[in-house]
Write a protein that binds this ligand. Structure first.
Ligand code: PEP
Ligand code: MG
Length: 380
């Protein structure tokens, strides 16, 4: 819609008076958050913190952290990353002043931050050949050092290779494997939140843990997180109200949502991973090659990544809402997978009694209308 058109703005304001679902946006940077607010978002439902790690000024520190050969080396790299992350969160909190900001701890497998394996192998082979040809000549000197560096990197990448990285060391598993990384992220969130509070900016951080399958994982990560949050608030002499929650994106999480709700104050459905794990179809391969051809055959009535499968994935969501609210009646529940901006999914979320949907900033106006539509339809 043309958001300069007075009629459209009036229609959206009118829709806001009817809808029961909150409309949040997925935003990783202050510029996205600003856009989201302009389009009427009432909070950030997902900040994928890993995106910040790919920025060119941080990537060398991230790689140093991954390749560190001692805790001291790792801590040094994490200390270099901390000010960047603090700035990231300061920007988000300031932009969203007074609205909730859901920050998800780092999710993807770490090898994604390292150079590609095949490219490295190619570089090593090429350097070896060139060195062989230049043997004994002065030009060989610098090349030897480069080769040694590339070999170290290749070795590290090979040691981290997994057959199924999307089912490997990612999400909460990564956090439990590298607690210092979680502590750095939590420190950055709370240092930024304390500073905002001192500056008169109202902050409401919601810290979210990805890829939880078992309540024990949530328990371990929560203790780590709360201890760091407490330590920062004590150092800074500021108290910040926050919430701690979990993504529901693995079928087991939905099936045991009552246990998770004992630890979590909010749930957010990650329907991208939940669809992948419910169907057993790789989300990364669904748009290309054999799997995309397969999905086009329409044996499955719809591409479940494009259209929420209300019967399968939706049943897991329904169960999670029922179990979760059974254990914690005030449990706050939303959705932040790609489906969260789709009007049919929004109508479904309304029927399930979710508190909010979160979608890309540009879909926020459509989501506001769809949420109102769903509320009006259920009245008639
Ligand atoms: C999801 O899985 O739906 C989700 C929002 O997380 P991501 O897409 O980052 O895995
Ligand atoms: Mg996910």
């Amino acid at each position: 819609p043309d958001l300069k058109d007075e009629y459209i703005l009036e229609l959206l304001r009118w829709a806001d008076g009817f809808r029961e679902l909150g409309v949040y946006a997925n935003a990783d940077y202050p510029r996205d958050a600003k856009k989201a607010r302009e389009l009427g978002a009432e909070g950030i439902g997902l900040c994928r913190t890993e995106h910040m790690f790919f920025e060119t000024d941080r990537l060398p520190h991230v790689q140093r952290m991954i390749l560190a050969r001692s805790d001291a080396e790792r801590d040094e790299a994490l200390a270099a990353l901390l000010p960047f992350q603090r700035e990231d969160f300061l920007g988000l909190f300031r932009t969203m002043d007074g609205q909730p900001v859901t920050i998800r701890l780092i999710d993807p497998p770490l090898h994604e931050f390292l150079p590609n394996h095949d490219g490295l192998l190619h570089d090593v082979t090429e350097l070896e050949t060139r060195l062989e040809l230049l043997k004994g000549k002065p030009e060989a000197e610098g090349l030897e050092e480069r080769l040694a560096r590339k070999r170290r990197l290749l070795e590290a990448v090979e040691s981290m290779r997994e057959t199924n990285p999307m089912l490997g060391l990612r999400g909460v598993r990564l956090g439990i494997h590298l607690p210092a990384l979680v502590r750095m992220q939590v420190r950055a969130i709370f240092e930024a939140a304390c500073q905002c509070t001192r500056d008169g900016v109202r902050v409401f951080p919601k810290v979210m843990i990805p890829l939880i399958a078992h309540s024990n994982e949530l328990h371990v990560e929560k203790e780590l997180l709360e201890a760091e949050a407490r330590a920062v608030m004590k150092e800074q002499g500021v108290k910040v109200a926050y919430q701690l929650g979990t993504m529901i994106e693995i079928p087991r999480a939905a099936l045991t949502a009552d246990q998770l709700a004992e630890e979590a104050e909010f749930f957010s459905f990650g329907t991208n991973d939940l669809t992948q794990t419910t169907y057993g179809i790789s989300r990364d391969d669904a748009e290309t090659g054999f799997l995309s051809e397969y999905l086009q055959k329409r044996i499955l009535p719809e591409n479940p990544f494009a259209t929420l499968d209300q019967r399968g994935v939706g049943s897991l969501m329904e169960l999670a809402v029922k179990l979760g609210r059974g254990a914690r009646p005030k449990l706050n529940i939303g959705i932040c997978g790609e489906h969260g901006g789709d009007p049919r999914t929004i109508a479904f979320c309304h029927r399930l009694g979710l508190d909010y949907v979160s979608c890309s900033p540009f879909r926020v106006p459509i989501a506001r209308l769809a949420a109102a539509h769903a509320a009006l339809r259920s009245e008639t």
